[in-house]
Design a protein around this ligand. Structure first.
Ligand code: CMP
Length: 146
């Protein structure tokens, strides 16, 4: 199972890339794809198509294009649920301490990170950011220890 994670411009500009990635690695999640990108209007609109028409849509599109984004494909059993738990509630002000948003954000707009919310979302979102050749299959060395 795979999921898409984006460290949004606030996470990159606040130098939280390492802190965020370490949460996933410490949990034992394998990073299968990783790159820093500038999100184009077309990518932003495809990625956030589900929010089109909502009051925050225009600012959301503008924001995700406003600075660098780190895009990741995470891979593992139950990775979508595990990742969503690590990320925390959408609104950083309400996210539990111990989660990424709970520890680093107190805003709904600047909530540092996006993670796919279902298998269907992951299957839709991953190809927006990654070609198949950019997703690498390798074995974790410590797999048998878990
Ligand atoms: P994200 O996981 O990137 O998906 C959509 C984003 O819209 C969300 O994180 C928030 O940053 C932003 N957003 C702003 N207002 C809302 C809202 N009322 N409900 C959901 N998402 C919102």
């Amino acid at each position: 199972m795979q999921t898409l994670v984006l460290i949004k411009p606030d996470g990159v500009l606040r130098l939280k890339i390492g802190d965020i990635i370490s949460r996933f690695e410490n949990k034992g999640i394998r990073i299968a794809g990783l790159k820093m990108i500038s999100v184009s209007k077309e990518m932003a609109e495809r990625h956030y198509a589900v929010h089109k028409g909502k009051p925050f849509y225009e600012s959301l599109i503008k924001y995700i294009m406003s600075g660098p984004v780190v895009a990741m494909v995470l891979d593992g059993k139950d990775v979508i649920d595990i990742t969503r738990k690590l990320v925390g509630a959408t609104n950083g002000a309400k996210a539990e301490p111990g989660t990424i948003r709970g520890d680093f954000s107190s805003s709904i707009d600047f909530n540092l990170i996006h993670a796919s919310d279902s298998i269907d979302s992951a299957n839709y979102e991953i190809p927006i950011f990654f070609k198949e050749s950019e997703i690498i299959n390798y074995e974790r060395v410590d797999k048998s220890w878990l």
